[in-house]
Design a protein around this ligand. Structure first.
Ligand code: NAP
Length: 458
């Protein structure tokens, strides 16, 4: 069915053609690290031939909350175990969906390079499949769209224009009929060096896997860094506030994701293993932009986790209205483990050759951690991205309702020989953190309204 946006209830934008059979995925920070890994894994999973199961949507026992374990347990007597194969979503035999992948990046050059990398890698994968005798998917490449949309999370996008946050969201509302998955993956840390002495001490006292995934005090961060316009804490603004604004602004598009698609609309936030309540000061709301913190990164990731819990409760519940076409949108947070990416590059100094060497040694150390049995070191970004893909594609029946537990945190589980799994987890101390989460959301909302007012959007 083809209708235009102008026929829609909300009247957001005009003239955008509905595309009932197109999965539309937005990935922030898609040009490197986990973002690129998410895109690679999506292409790999969604390009399979008609009738083929989508591997990343296969329910995993380790990823199920305890109260849903019976769904996959072979020993359960109360309810028959489901066949995992049948529980997996498959590419439709009759109308396989197409894909639009929106690379939401601040640099056009980097995004176009990433697009090229993705297409080349994907074409290689397709020809490998063909050589193995797998049927190819007719029309897949012709229907595939990988596009760049400029997004700078450190810029409000006043006026609802340009590549700032509001400008990006307005452009999406005007240019796309819906969003199926919103990956809020881009993030920053104000890392500025490390103490080798403290690093070695932590390795000796706590072991290498822990020292290399949950740094004690060996990693230095710059304190009080402000956004380019000087109005916010930069790490808070990028990791907490911008994702908050994007969810609020883009939920209407997520709600419009067609029922005909095999996957429900979801938001997936890239959090961290280090996102813990203990990272916040005693009175977090007094400095909610984290300007006086010696370590802002983990604190920002925990704050964002609490925000996601609040928003999942707000948007994830089915609407009470019988005829409502407002679909629930589940919002999850993911711990992708530790992978050597550009995020830690500032730790390595500025001499190009030394940076390369340190980068390699860091990667090697992560590999050794995995060999030592660390579940936190998937080593490769596409492996770290697996829980993010899983969180987006797993059928609803394997999830708890937000009214039960609104804080599911999918976590990567690396295994020694590289067979990455997904673990069930919950946001640290989410029940105690409810009030704080509400407080942060209130403050974010005041600021979002202010942005919108200054932009003439309300
Ligand atoms: N690496 C790890 O071990 C690890 C562990 C846990 C969680 N994470 C999280 O994973 C996510 C992805 O990071 P990564 O490790 O994959 O590192 P990365 O390769 O540095 O990716 C970060 C991405 O965020 C983008 N970004 C940064 N600031 C931005 C801004 N103001 N506006 C728009 N985009 C911006 C970067 O764009 P540019 O290329 O233009 O800078 C880049 O694409 C982050 O949220 C990070 O906190 C990483």
């Amino acid at each position: 069915m083809v209708s235009t946006r102008s026929s829609r209830r909300s009247g957001v934008g005009v003239g955008v053609e509905e595309d009932e059979n197109r999965i539309i995925v937005v990935v922030t920070g898609a040009n490197s690290g986990y973002g690129l890994g998410i895109c690679q894994a999506l292409l790999s999973n969604l390009s399979l031939p008609p009738g083929h199961p989508v591997p990343a949507s296969t329910p995993q026992p380790t990823a199920l909350p305890p109260s849903l374990q019976h769904l996959l347990s072979p020993s359960s007597s109360s309810s028959p175990p489901l066949d995992r194969g049948k529980a997996t979503k498959s590419i439709s035999e009759t109308k396989p969906p197409t894909l639009t992948l929106i690379l939401a990046c601040r640099s056009e050059t980097k995004a176009l390079e990433a697009r090229q990398t993705l297409l080349e890698g994907h074409e290689k994968e397709l020809s490998k499949r063909e050589k193995k005798g797998m049927q190819s998917r007719e029309g897949w490449l012709e229907g595939l769209r990988i596009v760049w949309e400029g997004l700078n999370l450190d810029d409000p996008g006043m006026g609802g224009k340009g590549n700032g946050v509001l400008g990006f969201c307005e452009r999406l509302k005007d240019g796309y009929p819906h969003i199926t998955t919103l990956y809020l993956n881009a993030g920053i840390a104000a890392f500025c060096g490390l103490s080798y002495l403290r690093f070695i001490k932590q390795i000796v006292t706590e072991g290498m896997p822990r020292a290399m995934s949950q740094p004690g005090t060996w990693q230095f961060e710059e304190k009080g860094v402000r956004s380019a316009d000087g109005e916010r804490g930069m790490v808070w603004g990028t990791n907490v506030f911008a994702p908050y604004v994007m969810i609020r602004e883009l939920v209407p598009l997520l709600r419009r994701s067609p029922h005909t698609l095999p996957f429900a609309p979801r938001v997936i936030y890239t959090s961290s293993l280090t996102a813990r309540a203990s990272k916040l000061n005693e009175h977090p709301l007094d400095d909610f932009q984290l300007l006086d913190y010696p370590h802002t990164y983990s604190a920002s990731k925990y704050m964002a986790d609490l925000v996601m819990v609040q928003l999942d409760q707000e948007y994830g519940q089915p609407s009470g209205e019988a005829l409502s076409d407002e679909r629930p949108v589940r919002i999850f947070t993911v711990d992708p483990g530790c992978v050597t990416t550009n995020l830690g590059r500032a730790n390595f100094g500025s001499i190009a050759l030394l940076v390369k060497l340190k980068f390699f040694l860091y990667w090697l150390a992560f590999y050794i951690c995995r060999l030592l049995g660390s579940p936190w070191h998937p080593v490769y970004a596409d492996q770290g991205a697996l829980p993010m893909i899983y969180a987006a594609l797993i059928p609803d029946k394997y999830l708890l309702e937000p009214s039960q537990v609104p804080s599911q945190k999918f976590a990567v589980h690396a295994t020694r020989w590289g067979k990455t799994k997904v673990d069930y987890g919950e946001v640290d101390k989410w029940e105690e953190g409810e009030e704080l989460g509400r407080g942060i959301v209130e403050r974010c909302e005041v600021l979002r309204k202010e942005w919108r007012r200054r932009s003439g959007l309300e």
